[in-house]
Write a new protein. Structure first.
Length: 276
């Protein structure tokens, strides 16, 4: 395929995916961009904010101030030219950070809140966020969404980010995501939610996560041989924690409390581990 034709097809796939994501996830008020990883998205946004700061410094000392739209990006703390990605859902603490806290310390990483019960709050209040599309959207793993609220960012800023995006090698990820959306069994949201869980056997466990999230988080109990646990349970040795995630596919405005099923599954897994 000629390079020009391939480039045109890739651009068309990206634009089609933008429209589909906007429709499924209520993103009409956002401009959407794509990157192949969280690391690359961080680099792109760091460059954008760095240029913004350089422009501010230039105009601050200029004798004449030209008409410019560059002064609409917020000032964010940067270390060595890099911004921080701040998790909206702190998976280690099992809590939801306020979006104001995320946005005051960097760029919101909404990978664990996008397409969950927190989605409505996210799209209502966030100005800028990134999200992996293989998490709760259940789309391909090589695609990260960058969403900027249109009203909060200038045309010039958004155009510059679009140019950055066009220089990225996304491969067939946009086409793969579009194909997955066409699957009759695909549903856009993870509608699972988990309340507090308490077990008294075979180990005493009390979950520590904030209720309503799609996972349960527990301190690692004494005497448990974590190496013998099945893959259903994520063992976090550095944090001395166990995490059990839930994923139930559904549509917008739906939710399913999976606490009883998750509690039974956890108990069964721990029993198998103890008996092995």
């Amino acid at each position: 395929m000629a390079p020009q034709l391939a480039s045109a097809r890739a651009a068309a796939a990206r634009d089609k995916l933008r429209g589909s994501l906007s429709r499924y996830y209520r993103l009409e008020n956002f401009d959407l961009f794509f990157a192949p990883s969280l690391h690359i998205s961080r680099v792109l946004l760091s460059q954008l904010f760095l240029r913004q700061e350089q422009s501010r410094n230039h105009t601050r000392y200029a004798s004449h101030y030209p008409v410019s739209e560059l002064s609409v990006l917020p000032t964010l703390p940067m270390t060595a030219g890099n911004i921080a990605l701040v998790d909206h859902v702190d998976m280690q603490q099992g809590r939801v950070r306020a979006l104001s806290e995320c946005q005051s310390h960097g760029v919101t990483d909404a990978s664990e809140s996008f397409a969950t019960q927190l989605h409505k709050r996210l799209v209502s209040d966030a100005r800028l966020f990134v999200a992996r599309l293989d998490r709760h959207s259940a789309l391909c793993g090589d695609l990260v969404l960058i969403a900027l609220r249109t009203a909060d960012f200038s045309t010039l800023v958004r155009s510059e980010l679009r140019l950055f995006e066009q220089g990225l090698a996304l491969g067939g990820a946009p086409e793969q995501a579009l194909a997955m959306m066409k699957d009759s069994e695909w549903r856009p949201y993870n509608i699972a939610m988990v309340e507090k869980i308490a077990l008294d056997s075979p180990f005493i466990l009390h979950s520590i996560q904030q209720p309503g999230l799609p996972f349960a988080l527990f301190p690692l109990p004494n005497g448990l041989n974590a190496s013998e646990l099945p893959q259903d349970i994520q063992v976090l040795p550095e944090q001395a924690q166990l995490r059990l995630c839930a994923d139930v596919r559904g549509g917008v405005n739906k939710q399913l409390n999976v606490t009883p099923a998750l509690k039974k599954r956890l108990k069964d897994l721990l029993m198998l581990s103890r008996d092995s």
